[in-house]
Design a protein around this ligand. Structure first.
Ligand code: CUA
Length: 338
């Protein structure tokens, strides 16, 4: 086996494996994303075919072309009998190019139709881009049923979901590759995008428009789950935080309410109304903190509270000089926010 063949055989599965994952446009989990992925494969196939044909023609011309070197003493005479052959080749090339362009245009129009079809009944979720996190609101006509969260969207499988997008500061762009293409979030302007997740799973989304220092660390998770699991989740998110029972957590609650935390963060049912940072009512139920940057564990929460600037320099969250006892109490309290 030659080296090149061995390399190809070894890397083939890797190349194919790279086509799957929680943040991958070629691993679609919605009809919208599937249409985009199919268009990609069609265009890739056409481009590959053109590439192979051009290489083959080039090879043929190299092997069968005129071998004699031009004689500087005699002017080059192009044989006239090949004019018609040449015209046929050029004409054929133009015709094939036009055919390919028309075929791609038709395929593209088909994808646009899939993307722009607006179902009459959709569930609406508000997403606000902030430097550098995502504010998520499940609006409801009844204010007691409004749920607020951050950096994590839950959607029921099979239900069309409309995302109403806005921005508080600069232009962001929401891209959840497995579910839908990009859509900008523009300050002072509301944009919309929609999708139907048809495969349960956890998908990662990412800000796709440079929006400042921590643009790369502005991610979110989309959890697509069966309707009943989603309903249970939403009902839990609508509830205010339960008062802590444990004595350490009670101290932690005091640290939160009397310190800097409550100036920037809100907790439902508690005297904490800050809107600078994410709503923390059900913080412990989320997968990540700091907008998809850290897993939501006790240790990561501690590191983030004490020194967020070393993890995400430039973020609005300041460092917090807490004593060890205060920090442990605060961590115990945050763990109760399920
Ligand atoms: Cu927000 Cu990039």
């Amino acid at each position: 086996m030659t080296r090149a063949r061995a390399w190809l055989l070894a890397s083939g599965p890797l190349i194919l494996a790279a086509c799957h994952g929680g943040q991958h446009p070629l691993d679609p989990a919605s009809p919208q994303s599937r249409a985009i992925a199919n268009l990609f494969w069609v265009m890739l196939a056409i481009a590959a075919a053109v590439y192979v044909v051009v290489l083959a023609l080039f090879g043929y011309a190299s092997l069968h072309g005129r071998r004699t070197r031009p004689d500087p003493e005699r002017p080059t005479v192009i044989p006239t009998h090949s004019d018609r052959t040449l015209a046929r080749w050029v004409g054929g090339g133009v015709a094939i190019t036009v055919l390919i362009l028309v075929a791609v245009l038709i395929a593209e129009l088909g994808v646009s139709r899939v993307l722009s079809a607006n179902p009459a009944r959709m569930m609406t979720i508000d997403v606000i881009g902030r430097q550098w996190w995502w504010e998520i609101t499940y609006a409801d006509a009844d204010p007691s049923k409004v749920a607020k969260t951050a950096n994590e969207i839950h959607v029921p499988v099979g239900v069309p979901v409309q995302l109403r997008l806005a921005s508080r500061d600069v232009i962001h762009s929401l891209w959840i590759p497995n579910l839908r293409g990009k859509k900008d979030l523009v300050p002072g302007y509301v944009t919309n995008t929609w999708f139907v997740a048809d495969t349960p799973g956890v998908y990662r989304g990412q800000c796709a428009e440079f929006c400042g220092h921590q643009h790369a660390k502005m991610a979110l998770y989309v959890v697509a789950e069966p309707r009943d699991a989603f309903d249970r989740w939403l009902e839990a998110q609508r509830q205010p935080a339960l008062p802590p029972q444990d004595s350490l957590a009670k101290v932690g609650r005091q640290v939160f309410m009397s310190g800097a935390c409550s100036n920037c963060h809100a907790i439902g049912g508690e005297p904490a109304y800050g809107t600078v940072g994410p709503d923390l009512t059900h913080l412990a139920s989320r997968r990540s903190i700091a907008a998809g940057v850290l897993p939501n564990t006790r240790g990561h929460r501690a590191g983030w509270i004490v020194d967020p600037q070393s993890i995400k320099p430039g973020a609005r969250m300041p460092s917090n000089q807490l004593g060890a006892n205060q920090l442990q109490a605060l961590l115990a309290y945050l763990e109760t926010l399920k």
